[in-house]
Write a protein that binds this ligand. Structure first.
Ligand code: MN
Length: 258
């Protein structure tokens, strides 16, 4: 009996399905847009070095330009002031990059109200129906926002009052950070916080509370609709950027099919 042999066989015979939660990375990948006077990240970019030509007759390769927080990406604790003494992205233990995940689906609520916020009571009601949040695992917050992720304007959904995208309330973010057993929060939106979270007290409560508690963020996830409410395993692979605050990452889910 070998757990790993059983796993690889299950992947081959598709009794374990492998689902890509990652948005493709290109110059069109949506990025966050902060107002003046804040700095902003770059779009993803490719710069060709050679393409089977005089610069390299038998080989094709590129340099890449990217922000740490571009596309599907991982937020390390040091990303936020509250987590400044915590792990950078290269220090996150690899054992934490493979973890159970649950999916809380609030697609209907977010469709009705783009400023919808997850509250503690909604998570507790979910636990009543589905079981406890996973110890050492991810809370993946489904809002249907991945359907907008091919278009920057639709994805950020901004008007004159700023962006309007679903998120987590201040008390719920604090509860997830301090009371819940999860290692992090995964979302479909451009960041873990609501679009309007700049106006919350404190602002950006997910970043502030979760990263301050040494927990992690995963953003711009896709295909959460294909995951069960509980029972999936997520493999999240940020690059070990030394002293980095985060990294684009490949996020993959394993799901058992009966
Ligand atoms: Mn980020």
């Amino acid at each position: 009996m070998s757990v790993l042999r059983d796993l690889t066989e299950a992947i081959r015979n598709q009794s374990v399905e492998v689902i890509d939660l990652t948005a493709p990375l290109s110059a069109d990948t949506p990025i966050i847009a902060l107002p003046e006077p804040f700095g902003n990240t770059r779009r993803f970019g490719l710069s060709e070095i050679s393409h089977y030509d005089e610069r390299g007759p038998a080989w094709y390769w590129n340099d890449i330009t990217t922000g740490e927080h571009t596309g599907t990406h991982f937020d390390a604790p040091v990303h936020w002031l509250t987590g400044k003494d915590g792990e950078d992205v290269a220090q996150v233990p690899v054992t934490r990059l493979i973890a159970p995940a649950v999916v809380l689906d609030f697609t209907a609520e977010a469709a009705a109200d783009p400023d919808f916020l997850l509250e503690i009571d909604y998570v507790k009601a979910w636990e009543e129906a589905n079981g406890p949040l996973p110890d050492g695992g991810w809370l993946l917050y489904r809002t249907g926002w991945d359907a907008r992720s091919s278009d920057q304007a639709e994805f950020l959904n901004a008007n004159e009052t700023g962006p309007h995208t679903p998120g987590i309330s201040v008390p719920c973010a604090k509860w997830l950070a301090e009371q819940a057993p999860v290692i992090g929060l995964g979302v479909e939106t451009v960041g873990t916080d609501a679009g309007a979270a700049h106006s919350f007290d404190p602002p950006f409560p997910c970043h502030s509370s979760l990263l301050g508690a040494g927990k992690y963020g995963l953003t711009q996830l896709r295909n959460l609709a294909r995951l069960p409410a509980q029972g999936a395993v997520v493999i999240a692979g940020p690059l070990p950027i030394v002293s980095g605050s985060g990294s684009p990452c490949r996020a993959i889910a394993l799901v058992e099919r009966s």
